[in-house]
Design a protein around this ligand. Structure first.
Ligand SMILES: [Zn+2]
Length: 465
């Protein structure tokens, strides 16, 4: 008696499973997906929070340990209102050494602007956003949500004629290939039984995303690729569209020049990449010492070109780099080709020697290793162990009382005082004070070529307790 009952139960469950599986065929899978994902059409207002951790050795504290906790990550919240075509986004990125770069931006019926929450990068300058700001953020939010990717497929295809559907041998996985109007090929792999998206390949950016760790939260099932939270909302709170006190659009665009400008006797400044990077030159008789080699070979070629035009009779002898992050070293090759020696601390040199992009050219590099407090041609170099990069150094032009630094200080171009100070900056300022360096001017590699000692001290005093 008992046995029979169990058999019937097993039979019933087999019938149930198989009939469910049989239901999904190449012919009806799109209808079934439409049924399951119908709810996406009702999501007009929502909020999504996601996290992104980039593993990048050459933005890490130690290039050998990009996985360390000290390294950077970003956490982003996007609120979308598709009915009103409004959005509000909060982007917060953290970099080693406790640098926090934080922006809020929004578009409503009045404004489309962004501002720098801590004022570290842009100070109090508001930025006007482009006309398609809503569309861009709407797309961006959809990128992280598995069901939104499926909605793209279901709403984007034309009656199946642009779709190719294949089932694997075991009828476990279905592959649906969709060629879009712009000839982008998106290949979706679904688990046939659950109709969950497993993988999406796209030729648009040659990406392959695995959608795994499905969770149900706030009544929605989604793959937790990087999503921390998702919920429907009633719309975006008006308070999110307020511009905080003190922020304003800049009067006019600063003039952009990459000319070689004299700032002291035998000291010149080059401004590159729209005022975002600064290179310093020190002339010593017929030789030139260059400080900073950012971004790319292209950038360096232009800089070398303007140096050679300005000083046709002189040769570049040295180029100094502060630490081995890719945005600070990627311009070294054109210098190496000219036989210019790279000045850096031992850790930075070791990292440069292992930089994958220099694999072909590294043999042509010449190096000059500096130790802490070493003095070369009137420039005192300081090498500090710090939280941003295992070692980072800065240059102090003793006679001129000018500091050139890479990622030790991040005061914005308008010299307003940020509301967050990183651990690295604290350490740097404390060090400058303890060494009793007289400073007339700090040339930041980033964004601000003229930070006074007063501004530096005000920044410290306003934030360090
Ligand atoms: Zn850095």
């Amino acid at each position: 008696m008992k046995l029979t009952r169990i058999n019937i139960l097993i039979m019933m469950s087999i019938i149930h499973c198989s009939s469910y599986a049989q239901k999904i065929t190449k012919v009806n899978i799109i209808d079934k997906l439409n049924e399951k994902y119908k709810f996406t059409n009702d999501i007009k207002k929502y909020m999504v929070t996601y996290k992104f951790t980039a593993i990048n050795p050459y933005q890490s504290h130690n290039y050998k340990h990009p996985e360390d906790k000290i390294n950077g990550y970003g956490i982003y919240t996007i609120e979308i209102d598709r009915d009103e075509k409004e959005y509000f986004t909060h982007d917060r990125s953290q970099f080693p050494g406790n640098f926090v770069f934080e922006f809020k931006h929004f578009k409503n019926n009045k404004n489309a602007v962004s501002y720098d929450v801590n004022g570290v990068i842009r100070g109090k300058r508001l930025k006007q956003l482009k006309k398609d700001a809503f569309e861009r953020q709407n797309k961006r939010a959809g990128e992280v949500l598995s069901f939104e990717k499926i909605a793209d497929l279901l709403n984007g295809h034309k009656k199946g004629d642009d779709l190719k559907i294949k089932f694997d041998k075991n009828n476990a996985l279905a592959t649906i290939t969709h060629t879009t109007n712009d000839n982008v090929i998106n290949t979706y792999t679904f688990d046939i039984e659950t109709l969950k998206l497993v993988t999406l390949k796209s030729t648009e950016d040659n990406s392959i995303v695995d959608y795994k760790n499905y969770i149900v939260k706030n009544g929605f099932e989604y793959a937790k690729v990087s999503v921390e939270n998702f919920k429907k909302t009633m719309g975006i709170s008006p308070s999110k569209f307020a511009i905080p006190y003190g922020y304003a659009l800049p009067q006019s665009n600063q003039s952009i020049s990459s000319e070689v400008n004299k700032i002291a006797d035998n000291i010149y400044l080059i401004n590159t990449n729209n005022n975002s990077r600064f290179i310093l030159l020190k002339i010593i008789d017929n030789q030139i010492m260059v400080f900073g080699a950012p971004l790319s070979e292209n950038v360096s070629e232009k800089i070398i070109d303007s140096i050679e035009k300005k000083f046709p009779m002189k040769t570049i002898k040295y180029v100094f780099v502060s630490h081995p992050h890719n945005d600070h070293i990627a311009g070294l090759v054109p210098y190496a080709k000219k036989g210019v020696a790279v000045i850096a601390d031992d850790y930075t040199i070791e990292a440069i020697k292992n930089y994958p992009k220099f694999k072909e050219t590294i043999k042509s590099f010449k190096f000059k290793t500096i130790s802490n407090k070493e003095r070369i041609n009137g420039v005192r170099f300081y090498v500090l162990k710090n939280e941003h990069s295992l070692k980072q150094s800065f240059a102090y032009l003793e006679h001129e009382q000018i500091i050139y630094e890479g990622d030790f200080l991040e005061v914005p171009a308008d010299n307003t005082i940020p509301t967050h100070i990183s651990n690295v900056e604290k350490q740097f300022i404390e060090f400058v004070r303890s060494e009793k360096l007289n400073v007339k001017r700090i040339v930041q590699h980033h964004r601000n070529s003229n930070v006074t000692a007063d501004v530096m001290n005000n920044y410290y005093n306003a934030n360090a307790n």
